[in-house]
Write a protein that binds this ligand. Structure first.
Ligand code: F6R
Length: 234
């Protein structure tokens, strides 16, 4: 795992945006896997500032809540529209449909779409406090494909800051599986802030274990960890 350490959030976001821009310059019709959450917001702002041209790219988001509509202010579709898609030129933007009547069929459809586009060239990930990637919570089999998950209570609490109350936070989501994520050619793992210190240090210990989903990334040949605002062990 390659590790780039930066201090300020601005540098962190610029570094991440440059990695994305490099990929798109190299291959304009890239398939990009995207994440939501607080961590990549600055990267998206940088891409907007640099007028990134993703018009030939196809994007696949990692996950989406189940049970809220795509135009709900806290849906991941809304997040992506507000933070990136509305501000740049972008090709097809794909996000799991958390309102699908048949959720299992929706997971299958999403997997097929990824395959039809030749797999993901570059996948952006954030890191959960409990080591989750996408919404693959501790204990998720490393062999998982896109599936419906029950969100861990800790994850719902961490995300409650975006809703009026914990009650409003959805209990389920659709997420790419760990194996789906691992099939991406290149992965950028973004970790920023003191609150992620324990999680990133656990990752850097190198022990690969389903109880800490991100640990599988040690087995991927092309991962770049960009960490910032956090004291790391090595
Ligand atoms: C978001 C996602 C999650 C987040 C993780 C970190 O699409 O899949 O795994 O990346 O929960 O979230 P933040 O960045 O808000 O700390």
């Amino acid at each position: 795992m390659r590790h780039i350490k930066v201090n300020r959030y601005e540098n962190f976001s610029q570094t991440a945006a440059e990695l994305m821009m490099n990929q798109v310059e190299k291959k304009p019709n890239s398939t990009l896997g995207l994440a939501t959450g607080s961590t990549p917001k600055g990267m998206y702002q940088e891409l907007v500032k640099r007028s990134a041209d993703l018009s030939q790219a196809v994007t696949f988001n990692l996950d989406e809540y189940v049970g809220i509509s795509s135009d709900h202010p806290q849906s991941y579709r809304s997040f992506m529209e507000e933070n990136l898609f509305q501000h740049i030129r972008v090709g097809e933007t794909l996000i799991p449909d958390g309102e699908a009547a048949d959720l299992a069929a929706e997971c299958e459809r999403y997997e097929q779409l990824i395959n039809q586009h030749g797999g993901i060239d570059l996948q952006v990930l954030g890191l959960g406090h409990n080591g989750h990637i996408g919404f693959n919570e501790p204990g998720t089999p490393f062999s998982s494909r896109t599936h419906v998950v029950d969100l861990a209570e800790t994850t719902r609490k961490a995300n409650a800051r975006f809703f009026n109350s914990l009650n409003e936070v959805p209990k389920k989501a659709i997420t790419m599986g760990i194996e789906t994520i691992m099939e991406a050619d290149q992965i950028i793992l973004l970790v920023y802030g003191e609150d992620k210190q324990q999680a990133v240090n656990r990752l850097l210990q190198g022990d690969v274990n389903e109880q800490f989903p991100a640990s599988i990334l040690h087995e991927h040949p092309n991962v770049t960890l960009v960490s910032g605002g956090v004291k790391v062990l090595n």
